[in-house]
Design a protein around this ligand. Structure first.
Ligand SMILES: [Zn+2]
Length: 242
């Protein structure tokens, strides 16, 4: 289906019933086009308690510090990150389709479903959402940037929010997928800066948006770029925690 543009989809949806991306059952009602209510319920939602830095869920008893072991050596430039789902099962499958199978439209529905989480919703309210940029060559190959699509959808559905494409990726980095924690940090360090002609307002709160938070290295580096440009309040959010 990668060759279908979003415009084409409207036409094809008239002919073929749309199937839920999780249950594979036909759906024909509701605000989401490709994710039924039953499908959304099967997504591995993150609940409290969760790490106050990266949003990783604590699945055992919570004692003392509310920073998870992953974050102890992170010291991110963002204040807090919140994620709606674990990057597992059907959520992982949807992310894969969004990024690698030409299905950017699924990002709209996953973003919509993420906002059912009150913590996630409150975290975004009233902020400027800044998508993690792709390098222009990568964006050209893919035809879209899924983080832009997610930020746009989240902004449209969240009171007082707007999306601004403030960052650019200066140089292409090796895919993070096969890298370890330290390698990821080195790989993206200094990769982002604020687009020429754009500026940040120190009185506003910025939330950097990505599809998946894995080690937090990419979101950290985007937060560094915003802070270097003068932002004082910088947080982060991703649909899924890897
Ligand atoms: Zn954490």
């Amino acid at each position: 289906m990668g060759w279908l543009t979003d415009l084409d989809r409207g036409f094809f949806d008239l002919i073929f019933p749309r199937d839920c991306a999780v249950t594979m059952e036909p759906i024909d009602e509701g605000e989401r086009l490709h994710l039924s209510s039953a499908g959304a319920e099967r997504l591995p939602r993150i609940a409290d308690p969760r790490c106050l830095t990266c949003g990783h869920p604590f699945e055992g008893v919570l004692e003392g510090d509310r920073t998870c072991p992953h974050c102890l050596d992170l010291r991110p430039a963002f204040g807090r990150a919140v994620c709606a789902f674990r990057a597992r099962g059907p959520a992982r499958r949807i992310i894969h389709r969004i990024k690698y199978e030409g299905c950017p439209f699924l990002a709209d529905d996953l973003a919509h479903a993420a906002l059912a989480d009150a913590v996630f919703r409150r975290h975004l309210a009233g902020s400027v959402l800044v998508p993690v940029p792709l390098h222009p060559a990568r964006r050209r190959d893919r035809g879209y940037n899924q983080a832009e699509r997610i930020a746009g959808r989240l902004a449209a559905l969240t009171p007082g929010c707007r999306a601004e494409h403030l960052l650019r990726k200066r140089h292409e980095t090796v895919s993070q997928t096969l890298l370890g924690r330290q390698e990821r940090r080195r790989n993206v360090a200094g990769a982002f800066d604020v687009v020429a002609g754009e500026s940040v307002d120190p009185s506003l709160r910025y939330v950097v948006i990505d599809d998946v938070l894995t080690t937090g290295a990419t979101l950290h580096d985007c937060a560094v770029a915003l802070r270097e440009a003068g932002a004082t309040l910088v947080d982060a959010a991703a649909l899924c925690h890897g």
